[in-house]
Design a protein around this ligand. Structure first.
Ligand code: F6P
Length: 376
């Protein structure tokens, strides 16, 4: 009897999503024992039962497309925005899974999606996930698809900024994505020969950065490229954030609603201020070094457009591997990259964790060895 497979893409889009959808869909169809439908716009589409049939005609010619043909959203099954409220729609989602006679639902997403998918698995649905995000911060996989493309895009952009920084004798601060993990900033920074790389894992000291830029000036280099992950924090801000997070935990443990309210407001203020983090850094560096400084925020450019060849291969590998795992009866797992192969990692070993840059990682050591300032 044919197995019925459902696919959805959730969270921020990532190059390679369509390649993965194609990998799953074509492998399923070629197995002659499975058919595939997609749900539009993440978990919202599953809740609203908005379906797209994924036949060979739909699946051909999507390999090279950016974005996701299914659409995506950040909506969570248990906190679904409905009008002005958020409602737990898990029961409706489970009903639609059964209504479509699904044998397996495959959720393609980052850390948040893994968590939401795990909740559905705990409700008894057969779930598989794939790890996608340009941040490369999903735990227990060597890499996520989308990361390689984003690193290429950011590298090319920084290369271009290099020549203008050099011509104008300026500092250019480049903000790249990555709230929690510095993989993208570090990878693109190393590849483009950035002079300073700041990542969330290493709180920075602006005085040290200015010192490194001045040393370059003394050597006759009157320009510098400073690559900053959007989540990088100064040492002082880092201390403040750790303090607020500890207070949040305390308020939760002691069920102190007054403290909870105060901390929530402080955390909100902190994140509003953090939005101008890179602009403040750029201005401070200008004052401290006497060099003009400009800020470039690469933003969503890093997620858009056609996936790199490496991401197309990776997404095809993972997508097609899913079908093999389904045939073996695996569920409740993320299909992870392990070297040249794949592994089914139980979702409980993925959720609530993040892959951050280890402080002894070879990329960090290499950056230090070639004289890159890491802000510490
Ligand atoms: O999906 C990950 C990510 O690209 C992060 O790097 C970034 O901080 C965030 O998404 C941006 O989210 P949004 O597209 O919802 O603004």
């Amino acid at each position: 009897m044919n197995k019925h497979i459902g696919i959805l893409t959730a969270g921020g889009d990532s190059p390679g999503l369509n390649a993965a959808i194609r990998g799953i869909g074509k492998s399923a169809i070629h197995s002659n024992r499975m058919d595939v439908i997609g749900f539009r716009d993440g978990f919202r589409g599953l809740m609203e039962n908005r379906i797209m049939r994924l036949d060979l005609q739909v699946l051909s010619s999507i390999l090279t497309l950016g974005g996701t043909i299914l659409g995506t959203s950040r909506d969570k099954p248990h906190k679904m925005p409905v009008g002005a409220e958020t409602v737990d729609m898990t029961d409706v989602i489970c009903d639609n899974y059964y209504r479509n006679n699904l044998d397996v639902l495959i959720c393609l997403g980052g850390g948040g999606t893994q968590k939401n998918a795990y909740r559905l698995a705990q409700r008894g649905l057969n779930i598989l996930t794939l790890p996608k995000t340009i941040d490369n911060d999903v735990a227990n996989t060597d890499v996520t698809f989308g990361f390689h493309t984003a690193m290429e895009i950011a590298t090319e952009a920084i290369d271009r900024l290099h020549s203008t920084a050099h011509s104008h004798h300026r500092i250019i601060v480049v903000e790249v994505m990555g709230h929690n993990a510095g993989w993208l900033a570090l990878g693109a920074g190393i590849a483009s020969g950035a002079d300073v790389i700041l990542i969330p894992e290493i709180p920075f000291d602006t005085v040290e950065i200015a010192k490194a830029i001045r040393q370059r000036q003394q050597r006759g280099n009157n320009f510098s490229i400073v690559v900053v992950a959007e989540g990088a924090l100064s040492k002082m801000d880092h201390i403040e954030l750790v303090k607020l997070k500890e207070l949040k935990l305390k308020a939760k443990e002691e069920k102190d609603s007054k403290l909870k309210k105060t901390v929530t407001e402080e955390l909100k203020k902190f994140s509003v201020l953090h939005r101008t983090n890179t602009l403040r850094l750029s201005q401070e560096l200008e004052e401290m070094t006497g060099l003009e400084s400009r800020l470039t925020i690469l933003g969503h450019l890093q997620r858009g457009g056609t996936p790199s060849a490496a991401d197309r291969v990776l997404a095809t590998r993972l997508g097609s591997a899913c079908i093999q795992y389904i045939e073996e009866g695996v569920s409740g797992a993320m299909i992870a990259v392990k070297g040249q192969g794949t592994a089914a990692v139980p979702l409980e070993e993925v959720v609530g964790k993040r892959s951050l840059v280890p402080l002894d990682h070879s990329w960090l050591l290499s950056a230090r060895r070639v004289g890159t300032c890491l802000g510490d």
